[in-house]
Design a protein around this ligand. Structure first.
Ligand SMILES: [Fe+2]
Ligand SMILES: [Fe+2]
Length: 246
């Protein structure tokens, strides 16, 4: 069984409010009685992509569990790489593969420098294709990125979703061992499908999306932070629990 905590959109900006909320989430996870197989943080780690924000993130997001992070539209690749990953790598997409508990986590960079919408470059698609080709057929894979590649029925978020998604859908369709796609960006706990697999959206730590039929299509800063736990059991059934962090 694999137990994964899925966190997203901490938007650390050097201020106390975002820091307190991210710290509260990490304290909740760090104080769990059992180790998690991984903590996945799907982007918008920093709010402005400043090195100082990543230094703050490095401190706050430190955990006794393995932590995997990918960038979002508010992140800046150079500073993300230098501070969070500890290496120089230029301005290209930050694609990473991690293993945990017998599963593969392929973290794809869906950000486009200077823009808020998302796209997986041809290089990133080729990288993911190689990762999937190298992974044994019976090994479960989670494909992770920031931008949801489908409409979530929020005009605000749908406008800046991930585009060019057919290439990703075609690739996933050829690999039955992809258990799910995991993303953030929408600041709302949501579950749908993509390429006939679950597409699970982590709620936002810094804020929560208000839907058009609620208080309007905007961000709510009053609701508490929330996270998801994804559980993959030995029969490869995937269960998600969404948890508000008090
Ligand atoms: Fe965000
Ligand atoms: Fe975002």
């Amino acid at each position: 069984m694999i137990v994964l905590a899925h966190v997203s959109d901490t938007h650390l900006d050097g201020g106390d409010r975002s820091a307190e909320r991210a710290a509260r989430v990490m304290a909740y996870l760090n104080e769990l009685p059992q180790p998690l197989d991984a903590v996945l943080i799907t982007g918008d780690i920093a709010d402005h992509g400043l090195p100082a924000e990543y230094h703050q993130a490095k401190t706050i997001l430190a955990s006794r569990h393995p932590v995997f992070t990918c960038p979002g539209n508010h992140d800046v690749r150079e500073a993300f790489r230098a501070v969070l990953l500890g290496h120089d790598g230029g301005e290209g997409p930050i694609n990473q593969v991690h293993g945990a508990a017998g599963a593969v986590f392929a973290l794809c960079d869906s950000s486009i420098p200077g823009r808020h919408d998302g796209f997986l470059t041809d290089d990133t698609i080729a990288w993911l294709e190689a990762v999937l080709a190298e992974t044994p057929e019976r090994t479960p894979v989670f494909v992770c990125f920031h931008h949801p590649p489908v409409m979530l029925h929020s005009p605000f978020i749908d406008e800046i979703r991930q585009y060019g998604e057919q290439r990703l859908a075609d690739l996933i369709a050829r690999h039955p061992n992809v258990m799910a796609t995991l993303c953030g960006h929408a600041h709302t706990a949501a579950a749908t499908t993509f390429a006939s697999r679950p597409l699970l959206v982590a709620p936002g730590v810094v804020s929560t999306l208000s839907l058009p039929w609620e208080r309007g299509d905007d961000l709510d800063y009053e609701l508490p932070p929330a996270i998801a736990f994804h559980v993959l059991d030995d029969d490869l059934r995937l269960t998600t629990h969404y948890r508000v962090v008090p």
